[in-house]
Ligand binder design. Structure first.
Ligand SMILES: Nc1ncnc2c1ncn2[C@@H]1O[C@H](COP(=O)(O)OP(=O)(O)OP(=O)(O)O)[C@@H](O)[C@H]1O
Ligand SMILES: [Mg+2]
Length: 473
C-alpha cells in the first residue's frame, strides 16, 4: 500500500477502533464483576436469614442433635461452616470457634439491627434471631471464597457488552472514520498539490507556483510551499538568465563573423595559391560557427516561446513530404532512400518553418545514421479521437540505434553519443533539442526508441487541428 492517504486513514482509524473496543470491553467486564459481587452478597444474606430461621426453630423443637445433622447435610452441599450461639459466646453445637468468628461476635451482641449482616467482604454472615420458645440466638455462617463464574467469550460479548455496547462502538467507529478521512485529506491534499507543482516544473513549466490554498495554512506544509515557490523563482530566474545569455552571446558573435567573412573575401583577392588551402579552412570553420550560432538562436527562439504568436494552421502531410523529398536527395549520396507515402491531409497548428526545421533535424539524423543502401521510413498518422486528436510522425532508420540509457539524453543540448559503432560525428548536438522544444511549444512531444529489428525510431506528436470543433466553438 503506497498511498499516504490510506496509511494515515487506516492507522488512525484502526488505533481509535482498538482503543474504543478495549474501553467498551473493559467497562463491561468491570460492570459484570461488580454485578457478580452484589449478587453473591445478596445470596449470602438470604442464606444466612433462611438458615437462621430454620435452625433456631429446629433447635427449640428438636434440640442440638437435629440441628447438627441438618447443618451437616447443608454444609456438605455448599461448603459453608455454620455456628449457632446462645447467651453470648456459648456455641450450641460445641464446635471450636475460629478467632475470626470470635472477633465479630461482640458486634452482634451490640447490634440492634434486624436481619442478616455481612462481614469480612461478605465471607461471614450472621443474624440475631429469636426461636419459637422466645430464646435469642446468634447464627453465623462462614462462606467459602467467591470463585469467578467462568463464561465463554461469546456469552460475555452477548450478555455483558450487549447490543448497547456494540452500538456505542459502531457509533465511535463511524465518527472516527469521518474524522480520520478528514485528517488524512487535510495532510495529504497539500502534498498532492506540491507534487503536482513539482511535476509541472520538472516538465519545464517554470512559471507554475504552489496553489494559494496550501500557502494559506499556518503549518509546516505552508512553509514547505513557500520554500518551494522560492526555489521555483530561483530556478526560473537562473534558466531565464542562462537562455538570455545564450541569445546575447549568439547575437554578439553574428557581427564579428559577418566582418570575418568580408575580410575573408578580400583576403582571397590578394592571396597567392599557397595560402588558398588555409583560407579554405578558415571559410569552413567560419561556416560551421555560423551554423552553430544559427542553431543556438533557433533553440533560444523555441525556448522563449516568441513563435507562439506566429502560429498558423497548415497541412503537416505536405510539409513532411517536402522534407522527405529534400532528404531523399541528400540520401542518394549514401545510396539510401527516404520513403514516405502521404495521401491525406493532416492539419496542425504552429509556425510552419519551425516545425519544418524540427522534422528536418530528425530525418537528417536518420539519413546520416542509417546503414548504406538502406531505407529511411517516414509514416504519418492522424488520429481523430473524441478524447484526443493528434498527428503522429514516425521516422525509422536502419542504423546502430542509441544505447537505451542515452535515449533521453540525446534530447539534451550538445549531447552526442560517442561510441565505436557510429561514424565520426561533426554535428553540434543541438538538432534533437531544437526539435523537442519546438514540438513542446505547440503542445506536442518527441521521443526516441530502439526498434526491435535494429535502428532508431523517433516519434513526433502534435495536437491535430480540429476544424469541425473550432467552427462549433
Ligand atoms: N537516427 C539516429 N541514429 C543513431 N543515433 C542518433 C540518431 N539521431 C541522433 N542520434 C544521436 O543523438 C545525438 C544528438 O543528435 P542531434 O541531432 O541533437 O545532434 P547532432 O545530429 O549530433 O548535431 P546537429 O545539431 O547537427 O543535429 C547525435 O549526436 C547522435 O549521436
Ligand atoms: Mg542532428
Amino acid at each position: 500500500m503506497r498511498s499516504l492517504f490510506f496509511k494515515i486513514f487506516l492507522w488512525f482509524w484502526l488505533g481509535i477502533a482498538v482503543l474504543s473496543a478495549m474501553l467498551v470491553i473493559s467497562a463491561a467486564w468491570l460492570r459484570s464483576r461488580s454485578t457478580d459481587q452484589v449478587r453473591w452478597r445478596q445470596r449470602n444474606e438470604l442464606t444466612v436469614h433462611l438458615r437462621a430461621q430454620r435452625e433456631s426453630g429446629l433447635l427449640d423443637r428438636q434440640g442440638a442433635q437435629s440441628v447438627a445433622s441438618d447443618l451437616g447435610t447443608l454444609e456438605q452441599s455448599d461448603s459453608t461452616r455454620d455456628y449457632i450461639f446462645e447467651e453470648g459466646e456459648r456455641e450450641v453445637l460445641g464446635q471450636t470457634i475460629p478467632p475470626q468468628i470470635r472477633s465479630i461476635l461482640p458486634m452482634f451482641a451490640e447490634s440492634s439491627q434486624n436481619g442478616p449482616q455481612l462481614f469480612a467482604d461478605g465471607r461471614i454472615g450472621g443474624e440475631n434471631v429469636v426461636g419459637p420458645s422466645g430464646r435469642g440466638y446468634t447464627f453465623i455462617v462462614y462462606f467459602p471464597a467467591r470463585s469467578a463464574v467462568p463464561r465463554s467469550l461469546l456469552r460475555f460479548l452477548f450478555e455483558d457488552v450487549g447490543s448497547e455496547g456494540v452500538l456505542r462502538l459502531l457509533g465511535v467507529l463511524v465518527a472516527a472514520g469521518f474524522f480520520c478521512y478528514w485528517l488524512a485529506r487535510h495532510i495529504t491534499r497539500p502534498i498532492d498539490k506540491l507534487r503536482s507543482a513539482a511535476r509541472q516544473i520538472a516538465d519545464e513549466h517554470l512559471d507554475v507556483r504552489v496553489d494559494p490554498e496550501v500557502l494559506e495554512r499556518e503549518d509546516e506544509l505552508a512553509d514547505l510551499g513557500r520554500d518551494f515557490d522560492r526555489m521555483a523563482n530561483r530556478i526560473n530566474s537562473l534558466v531565464t538568465a542562462q537562455r538570455q545569455l545564450l541569445i546575447d552571446v549568439s547575437h554578439e558573435f553574428r557581427s564579428p563573423l559577418a566582418r570575418l567573412n568580408i575580410a575573408l573575401g578580400l583576403a582571397r583577392h590578394e592571396a597567392n595559391p599557397e595560402t588558398f588551402e588555409h583560407l579554405d579552412r578558415i571559410e569552413l570553420e567560419t561556416n560551421r560557427l555560423n551554423e552553430l550560432i544559427g542553431q543556438l538562436l533557433t533553440l533560444a527562439r523555441a525556448n522563449s516561446g516568441t513563435d507562439l504568436q506566429r502560429k498558423k494552421v497548415f497541412d503537416l502531410g505536405t510539409l513532411v513530404q517536402e522534407v522527405a523529398a529534400d532528404s531523399n536527395y541528400e540520401a542518394r549520396s549514401r545510396n539510401c532512400t527516404v520513403k514516405f507515402n502521404p495521401g491525406f491531409e493532416c492539419m496542425v497548428e504552429g509556425a510552419p518553418e519551425m516545425v519544418r526545421g524540427a522534422v528536418e533535424n530528425v530525418v537528417r539524423n536518420a539519413v546520416r545514421h542509417t546503414a548504406e543502401g538502406t531505407e529511411v521510413e517516414i509514416a504519418l498518422q492522424c488520429f481523430d479521437d473524441t478524447a484526443k486528436s493528434c498527428a503522429v510522425i514516425h521516422v525509422r532508420d536502419h542504423g546502430p540505434g542509441v544505447p537505451n540509457h542515452e535515449l533521453r539524453r540525446i534530447f539534451h543540448p550538445f549531447h552526442r553519443v560517442m561510441d565505436g559503432a557510429r561514424p565520426e560525428n561533426d554535428g553540434t548536438g543541438l538538432g534533437l533539442a531544437i526539435a523537442e522544444r519546438t514540438f513542446q511549444l505547440y503542445g506536442g512531444t518527441v521521443r526516441a526508441s530502439n526498434s526491435p529489428e535494429g535502428g532508431l525510431v523517433v516519434t513526433l506528436e502534435l495536437p491535430a487541428f480540429d476544424v469541425a470543433r473550432t467552427s462549433v466553438d
